[in-house]
Structure formats: structure tokens, C-alpha cells
Design a protein around this ligand. Sequence first.
Ligand code: ADP
Ligand code: UDP
Length: 234
Amino acid sequence: MEKREKLYEGKAKIIYATDNPDLVIQYFKDDATAFNAKKKGTIQQKGIVNNAIASKLFEYLGSHGIPTHFVKKLSEREMLVKKVEIVPLEVIVRNVAAGSLCRLLGLEEGRALLQPTFEFCYKADALNDPMINESHVLALDLAKEKEMLKIKDMTMKINDLLKKFFATLNVNLIDFKLEFGRYKGDIILADEISPDTCRLWEIGTNRKLDKDRFRQDLGNIEEAYQEIMAKVTG
Ligand code: ADP
Ligand code: UDP
């Protein structure tokens, strides 16, 4: 697989073309941002960790019937994926209250939720990725109704699968963000699933093993990422 020109450089990853027009390479960087890129830094080895974790989770989800963009892990920092047209939504699921939900509703961090919550945010950095509802998605034609139904259905299945997977590692899946893309008429799971995009708490102690260690300056960030990688990749 020949790596060609850079197509896009984001905050955490770079997308490269390949000699196959249907495939691109996701290159994982160590750059970390939080609070809509107002806080910037580096988490040593993060790119290696996130590529390893995301690859493993995509394989796991794929083997349980979830279509994903994952083709194969090419190297420590490179993942070969199907090139999609990204649906401009961040799909957020929560099992326990944390982060922006606590700020929005005045909830205590760690408060149990009776059932998972489901949110759409419009992917628009200039607007701070505002939360929107299904009527906005349809009115602005961000996705078709059929696509939205598919996204919701897949997202709930993914939550069940990931919750189970992390529970076997003694980790509680608090919340996470997904991105989906269009590929040959289908909707498939894209982007990454990693400690950058999930909140992961050790069961029993509630020790944070995710990007909140960076957001909240909790220390031992690299160690937490390595610990999750070791657990996930067994
Ligand atoms: P951001 O754009 O938010 O800074 P990243 O640094 O993670 O995020 O950049 C990766 C970009 O690639 C994101 O915009 C993401 O939506 C996009 N992307 C993820 N998977 C694919 C894919 N399979 N095909 C095309 N683009 C993708
Ligand atoms: N998330 C993400 N990218 C974003 C926003 C959120 O990956 O641009 C993830 C975040 O890591 C967490 C979940 O989505 O696991 C919910 O994030 P929240 O809305 O609480 O936002 P935050 O408090 O992190 O700003």
C-alpha cells in the first residue's frame, strides 16, 4: 500500500491518500487538545496507544456485526481505513454523568443514569460543536432520516458491546464519542475509539484512565494511556 499526499491534518490525526482511491491512512499523532483546542499539549506515545486500542476495538466490533472503516493496522501509528464521507456529527453516548452533561444539567460527576443517553453534536469547531437534535439534523440535511436511524441503532449496539468488553477489563465505560461515514451507499463507523474519545474509569476505585487526566491536569497521563493499551490489547 503506497502512502501518497496528505489530504487533511486534524488535531490528533493526519489523513493520507493511498494508491487505492477507496482507502486512506489515518496517522495518529501525540498532539492533544481539550476545551475546543484552547488547551494544547503532547501526550508521549499517545498516537501509538490510540492506534493500538482503536484497531483492537474496531476488530472486536467488526467481529460482532458492526460495519467499520477499519481495514488493517499498518504500523505503530498508521491504520488503513476505507475512505468515507464523514457525517458531520459527533454522536455521544453516556452511561454515567460526567463532563459537559454535568455542566449542562448541574449533575454531580459519577451520578448513575437510568438508561444510556444519546446526543448529536454538530461538527463545527468555530461553533464549539453545539449539541443539536434530530430535527436540526434533518432540517440542515446533515444526514437523511434513514441514515440517522442506522446511526442510532448501531450506536446503541456499540455501547452494549463496548460496555461488556471494558467490564471484562475491570473498566467502566462512562461515555464516548463516535463518528460515522458514508461508504458505497452504507453508513459505517469511522474515526477512532480511544482514551481520547471515551471516559474510562477503573471499576471499584473510579480512577480515571482517559483524556480527563490531561483535561484536568491529574498527572500520570502517559501511564494511564499505557495501562489501558495493555488491558485492551491483552
Ligand atoms: P479533527 O478534525 O477534529 O481535528 P482528527 O485530528 O482526529 O480530528 O482528524 C481526523 C479527521 O479525519 C477527522 O476530521 C475525521 O472526521 C476524519 N476521518 C475519520 N475517519 C475517516 C475516514 N475513514 N475517511 C475520511 N475521513 C475520516
Ligand atoms: N468527546 C470527544 N470529542 C469531542 C467531544 C467529546 O471525543 O470533541 C468525547 C469525550 O472524550 C467524552 C465524551 O465524548 O468521552 C463526552 O464528552 P463531553 O460532552 O462530556 O465533553 P467534554 O466535557 O469532554 O468537553
